[in-house]
Structure formats: C-alpha cells, structure tokens
Write a protein that binds this ligand. Structure first.
Ligand SMILES: Cc1cc2nc3c(=O)[nH]c(=O)nc-3n(C[C@H](O)[C@H](O)[C@H](O)COP(=O)(O)OP(=O)(O)OC[C@H]3O[C@@H](n4cnc5c(N)ncnc54)[C@H](O)[C@@H]3O)c2cc1C
Length: 307
C-alpha cells in the first residue's frame, strides 16, 4: 500500500521571523498527585498565517526570551502539536501542545536544574504573549490516504501529544482500521488524556488503549512493563495487527525508547518494519546498542520522533 503524505507548509514563521501570539489557556494535564508537571497549553493563532496550517504530528517552535551562557539568544525549542489538524476549536485557530516542566538536580553541581523553555512556557498564563514559529515536520504525519491503514502508536510521556491529535483526526474520519495506542508512564498519575482515550475505547471496537505503567504492577515474571514488553504481553492482540501489510508504526517520546521496540519487533520476526544496513545475528535482546544504532534503521512503515 502506497503511503502518501499530505503536502504541508513548513516554517511560515522561522526563528528570524517569529510571530507573537497569545496563550489562550494553560491547564495541568497530570493528576494532582503526580510529582511531574505537564501542562496542556493552547495558543491562539487567530489572524496569523498559522491559522489552519498545522497538521497533527507537526511541531510548533517556541522562542524563549533571554540569552544563553555563551551570550547567544536562547535557541528555539520544538513542541508537538497535540490538537487535531483542525485545532481545538475545529477551525485551526487554537492549537495546543503538551509541555513537561524539565526540573531536576544538576548532574555535576547537584544544584536545582530547570529547563529554560519548558519552564518559561509552563509559567505563561492566558493572555500572555509568546513568540512562535512553524509549522515544523513533514514526515511524522498521518498519510493522506489515512483510511487505508492500521496504526500502532507507541508513546512515552509527552510523546503521546501527536497521537492525541492523530487519533482525534482518525475518529473524525470514522476510521475503520485497527488503532492501538501503547502509552508508557512511570506511574498511573502521569497518564495524559486518559479520559479521552478511555472514551474512544468505549465507543470504538477498533481502538485499543494499552496504558503501560512501569513502576507500579510488575509483569508475571517480576520484570517492569515498558511499551516494548506489550509486544509480548499483548501479543494476541498486537501481532495480528502488526502482521497486516497496511499497518504503520509510529513511535514518539524519550530518546532511546525505540531500541526495545526494534528488539521486540525483530524477536517476533517483524523485520518488515526495519531496514538492516548490516545483518545482525543472535537474540535481538543481546544486540549491542551502538552496533544496533549503526545497523538498524526504521523501515518504510515505521516513523520515529524521539527527543
Ligand atoms: C520534534 C520535537 C518535539 C518535541 N515535543 C515536545 C513536547 O510535545 N513536549 C515537551 O515537553 N517537549 C517536547 N520536546 C522537547 C523540547 O523541545 C525541549 O527540548 C524540552 O522542553 C526541554 O527544553 P528546556 O528549554 O526546558 O530545557 P533546556 O534548558 O534546553 O535544557 C535541556 C538540556 O539540559 C540537559 N539537562 C537535562 N537535565 C539535566 C540535569 N538534570 N542536569 C544537567 N543538564 C541537564 C539536557 O541534556 C539538555 O541538553 C520536543 C522536541 C522535539 C525535537
């Protein structure tokens, strides 16, 4: 089945020519008990060239104020659009993203480390103005002929953002093919858009929501469940979908999450999703991580966005 991506407009605004837009709303998306703060933030793009231009799966650029330690202007950061292609409003004027405040202890100094842009953006309130760019991204999209495919979406954390948008797009088109969303989070309190995915699951037999909580309930053998372990634990459901020639895999979230998924696919003989630059032998779970990075790439039916 030929995968035809829609023609999308890119970088109508760029870092040298950003556009100022107001924040329409900003709400906490994690549950109150979660130590992580992730916000669902909506931009009002009305009256700008960005109106109606974003597709689910694309990203918006944000330019935080200030200068870096090296005296340069703060660079642009990208955030996935989490709204459907026609926006939260249905007219492409209000587009949202899902931002995690980066907060940690500094690796070397042991002092509090706070990411610049995620904390800037998360502190903005309705009516505040922000400089944005975009749209960005032309391959992490649903195909134009979206109805011809099944989808297996793997997400960790804010990586679920583009899939919320894509699933909303598919639901609007009354998609009939299979859709599985495997969503990994450390604790139940970190699951995002849970009520929406449950609602879709309740009304669509072809939608399979598979939350995967790594630090609560262990698997039968005592190990931790991760998105890739669902290839085994939910094999009965996922394998027949993955074996179909018109199934596409999308992966979004933490850098490195693709490794286990690639190993899981290879160990189940699902090499059709992979391109091997060099033959690798033996148990895929014993492949050397660096060698694997060099030898295995995503195939034509697998799309990756990790950060
Ligand atoms: C295509 C794409 C889509 C994205 N979508 C989203 C999204 O939907 N939601 C989202 O939240 N993010 C998303 N991101 C990530 C986002 O762009 C930013 O990278 C993220 O918000 C962190 O930016 P920051 O300015 O807050 O942190 P920065 O100030 O840029 O700090 C991050 C840097 O600090 C380093 N660092 C991290 N922790 C520590 C520590 N404890 N001690 C010392 N150094 C540390 C990291 O190595 C990194 O280099 C996306 C990225 C890409 C490329």
């Amino acid at each position: 089945m030929r995968i035809q991506f829609p023609q999308v407009e890119l970088n109508i605004y760029n870092k040298n020519n950003p556009v100022e837009v107001p924040i329409l709303s900003s709400e906490v998306a994690t549950s109150a008990a979660s130590p992580n703060i992730i916000r669902h933030i909506t931009f009002d793009l009305s009256g700008t060239e960005l109106e109606g231009k974003f597709h689910a799966g694309q990203s918006i650029g944000v330019l935080p104020p200030g200068i870096t330690d090296k005296g340069k202007p703060e660079p642009l950061r990208l955030y996935s659009i989490s709204s459907p292609s026609d926006g939260e409003d249905g007219n492409g004027k209000h587009h949202s993203t899902t931002v995690k405040r980066l907060i940690g202890e500094h690796w070397e100094t042991q002092k509090l480390f706070t990411g610049t842009c995620s904390n800037y953006l998360s502190s903005l309130r309705a009516g505040d103005i922000v400089k944005v760019t975009g749209p960005s991204g032309k391959r992490f999209l649903l195909p134009e002929n979206a109805e011809d495919f099944n989808y297996v979406f793997f997400a960790t954390g804010t990586g679920v953002a583009p899939f919320r948008g894509m699933i909303k797009d598919l639901m609007k088109k009354k998609h009939r093919g299979e859709i599985a969303l495997i969503f990994g989070a450390p604790y139940r309190t970190d699951l995002l858009y849970e009520s929406y995915f449950r609602e879709v699951e309740g009304t669509n037999k072809n939608f399979h929501y598979i939350p995967t909580i790594s630090r609560e309930e262990p698997r039968a053998d005592g190990s931790r469940p991760y998105v890739q372990t669902q290839l085994f634990d939910r094999q009965k459901l996922l394998y027949p979908i993955l074996k179909q020639e018109n199934t596409l895999i999308y992966i979004c979230g933490l850098k490195g999450m693709e490794t286990g998924i690639i190993q899981g696919l290879a160990s189940q003989g699902l090499e059709e999703y992979l391109t091997f630059k060099k033959e690798l032998t033996g148990d895929p779970f014993s492949w050397d991580a660096d060698e694997m990075k060099r030898a295995v790439k995503t195939g034509e039916r697998m799309f990756l966005e990790v950060y």
